[in-house]
Design a protein around this ligand. Sequence first.
Ligand code: TMP
Length: 235
Amino acid sequence: MEQREKLYEGKAKILFATDNPDLVIQHFKDDATAGNGKKKGVIDEKGVMNNAISSSMFEYLAKNGVPTHFVKKLNDRDMLVKKVSIVPVEVIVRNRAAGSLCRNYGATEGKVLARPIYELCYKNDAFNDPLMNDDHVIALGLATEEELRAIKRITLQVNELMQKFFLALKIELIDFKIEFGRCKGEIILADEISPDTCRLWEVGTGVRLDKDRFRNDLGNIKEGYQEVLKRVTGK
Ligand code: TMP
């Protein structure tokens, strides 16, 4: 697989073309941002850890029937994925209250929700990723009703599967954000699944094992990612 030109650079990843028009390389960086880029930093080896964790998550989900963009892990920082056109909607599921749910709705952090919250946000930094509903998505032409149905169905399946996966590792999945892409007319899971995009609390102790350590200056940031990596991959 030959790496070609840079196609896109985001806050945490870079996409490169390959000699195959259907495949791209997703490269994981150590850069970390929070609060829509207001806080910037570097977490040593984050790219390596997130590539490994994401690869394991995509393999697990694919094995359980979830369509994903993942093809294979190429090396420490690179993952080969199917080329998709990203649906500009961030899909969030919350099982317990944390983060913006506490800030915007006054929920107590850690409150177990009566049922999971399925949330959609417009993926657009210039507008601060605002919360949106199905009508916004369809009316603005970001996705069709049928695509949204597929996105919700897959997302709730991902929540069930990931909750089970992490609980077996004594980690509770508090919430997460995922993204979808279109590939040959189909909606498939894309982007990454890592401690950057999930809130993960150790069962029993409530120790934060995710990017909240960076967002909230809790210290031992790298150690949180390392702990997730160790439990997910056994390394
Ligand atoms: P929030 O509580 O800040 O809305 O975040 C909910 C979940 O989504 C949390 O696990 C972090 C993740 N997330 C991202 O991955 N990217 C983002 O841009 C935002 C706002 C949240």
